[in-house]
Ligand binder design. Structure first.
Ligand code: NOJ
Ligand code: NOJ
Length: 526
């Protein structure tokens, strides 16, 4: 069975009390968010809009997180540390915590925490991050339809009720990206926390400090949160699971990529905690997994395919997300990073499909048909959906629509590629990437195959400039389709352009913030 659409949705209102921990109220991010779109200057530049939208996005992301979030405040049943997927309780019912969405969006908060760990804002982030850690520890111990912590199977459970209890309805389970994403987020938090509290670690009281012990402890069976997730990933990566879109049971690029990153970073964390046997085991599994991940490159199709042995085309924004979410902190050992030929040609093929597919994209490209490549062939910013065969319309099934988080992820891939080229100072063309770079350059220049261009070459400069420009085009699409308050839902309508699907989707804001951050880095480096 290839497609399984699951619409389940009665929120059980168990009266489980959330644990009584004293968490100070989280101040809202100091920002210009009070300024509504209605007050926006008539011809606001993209730079100005992005700066304004960044604080709107952050506020709306925080609004969906307890403690502090306005969308979760009045409901007594929401456990501290919960990241709701969206405040929408019906049509569609997203009033749950997904392990994936929560880990991805919490990772965005870790970015902010890492930047200024000692700021007042980071103190309130620390409150959220601690609550997230405590709740996820509890979720790991919550028996659920996927299983339990004892044999690790329960860690593959994709979503929980907002009070932290198990969701028992029919669903596509397990989903094995969740534990990997959670481990990635918490390992980053651990490193950032450690960097801002250096004496804690150097005091040598690793095992005695409960903060560290909650996160990682060298013991089996694993009971610390990161170690339990790493045990899960290292033992289950070669089992099939449902994809991040919760529809297909199989082996998926996105899942494998984030698992690979989790195991590589996990091996280093294990070593730091003097858990040498585990470090060797995670390292060994990551080598097999890396070999496996390479199988997603489909030479015949000329792009990475999201799912092995699937009847779908395999073109999927999950390929972009997998590349982005698996990008290691240092650039050295990245597998299929955003700037890799395989990811770039996959982006090109996906974007070309989406341009033809959605009416709003047609209109977008109009009036630019002069000279050079036909506009069909150029790489231009358009609204991007999940994958060509998608029929989920945000409420039920009919046809697919563009998604905010996919459109932002296309921008982010291009910005990260621009940064990478600026840093490395050279670009080598080959038969795989040639089509991408010429579609990117379109009429402004072109590159030859099997040629190296260096920073001084006009063609090189044009590539870096175009990467940023087309990245901006994707964010302009986001700008066009947010509502008057700057809100994003899950999707925007393929014909009218209006918001569709779950409102204020936490992940939409996170993906936009990631793209805006990558844009800043690209600008600093060019
Ligand atoms: C069907 C969608 O295709 C899937 O991605 C989603 O997770 C579920 N419905 C729940 O909304
Ligand atoms: C549907 C998406 O397909 C899935 O990836 C996500 O986790 C849920 N919605 C919740 O946002």
């Amino acid at each position: 069975m290839e497609l399984r659409f699951l619409f389940v949705g009665i929120l059980c209102s168990f009266s489980i009390q959330s644990r009584a921990i004293s968490i100070p109220p989280v101040p809202r991010f100091p920002s210009a968010s009070a300024l509504s779109h209605a007050q926006a200057p008539l011809r606001e530049s993209l730079d100005d809009w992005i700066a304004r939208e960044e604080s709107i996005a952050l506020n709306r992301l925080l609004a969906n997180i307890k403690p502090g979030g306005v969308n979760v405040q009045s409901d007594q049943n929401v456990a501290d540390g919960t990241v709701i997927a969206s405040p929408s309780k019906e049509d569609p019912d997203y009033w749950y915590q997904w392990v994936r969405d929560a880990a991805i969006t919490t990772n965005t908060l870790v970015d902010l925490y890492t930047e200024h760990p000692t700021s007042e804002f980071s103190a309130s982030l620390e409150t959220i991050l601690t609550a997230y850690t405590n709740l996820q520890t509890r979720l790991q111990r919550t028996a659920n339809p996927s299983g339990t912590l004892d044999d690790l199977s329960g860690l593959g459970e994709p979503k929980f009720h907002v009070d932290g209890s198990a969701f028992r309805g029919d669903w596509g389970r397990p989903q094995s990206d969740g534990p990997a994403l959670r481990a990635i987020t918490l390992m980053r938090y651990l490193r950032a926390f450690n960097a801002s509290h250096p004496t804690l670690w150097s005091s040598g009281e690793l095992t005695a400090n409960s903060f560290y012990e909650t996160l990682y402890k060298a013991e089996l069976p694993a009971r610390s949160i990161i170690k339990a997730d790493l045990e899960y990933v290292s033992h289950f990566w070669n089992h099939s699971s449902f994809d991040l879109w919760e529809e297909v049971d199989g082996m998926h690029f996105y899942t494998a990529m984030v698992q690979l990153r989790a195991l590589r970073e996990g091996s280093r964390i294990a070593r730091a905690f003097r858990d040498d046997g585990a470090a060797a085991w995670y390292g060994e599994q990551s080598v097999y997994l890396e070999r496996f991940v390479r199988r997603f490159w489909n030479k015949g199709k000329g792009h990475l395919a999201e799912t092995l042995w699937s009847r779908r085309s395999g073109l999927d924004c999950a390929v972009l997300l997998g590349s982005l979410h698996a990008l290691p902190e240092g650039e050295d050992e990245a597998v299929f990073p955003p700037w890799s030929d395989e990811v770039l040609v996959s982006l090109l093929a996906l974007v070309r499909d989406m341009r033809r597919r959605f009416a709003i994209n047609d209109r977008h490209a109009e009036g630019e048909k002069e000279g050079g490549l036909g506009h069909e062939d150029r790489l231009e910013g358009v609204g991007v959906g999940r994958y060509p065969e998608d029929v989920y319309d945000g409420y039920g099934t009919s046809t697919g629509h563009p998604w905010f988080l996919c459109t932002s992820s296309a921008a982010e891939v291009l910005y990260r590629t621009a940064s990478h080229l600026s840093l490395s100072g050279s670009l080598h063309t080959n038969p795989i990437n040639l089509e991408f770079y010429n579609a990117l350059l379109s009429t402004s220049a072109s590159v030859l195959v099997n040629t190296t261009y260096i920073a001084e070459n006009e063609a090189f400069k044009a590539v870096v400039e175009r990467l940023q420009h087309v990245g901006d085009e994707f964010l302009k699409v986001v700008k066009t389709h947010v509502d008057a308050e700057g809100s994003m839902s899950e999707q925007f309508d393929r014909e009218t352009g209006y918001l569709r699907g779950a409102r204020d989707l936490t992940w939409s804001y996170s993906a936009f913030l990631q793209a805006a951050r990558a844009r800043k880095e690209a600008k600093e480096r060019s």
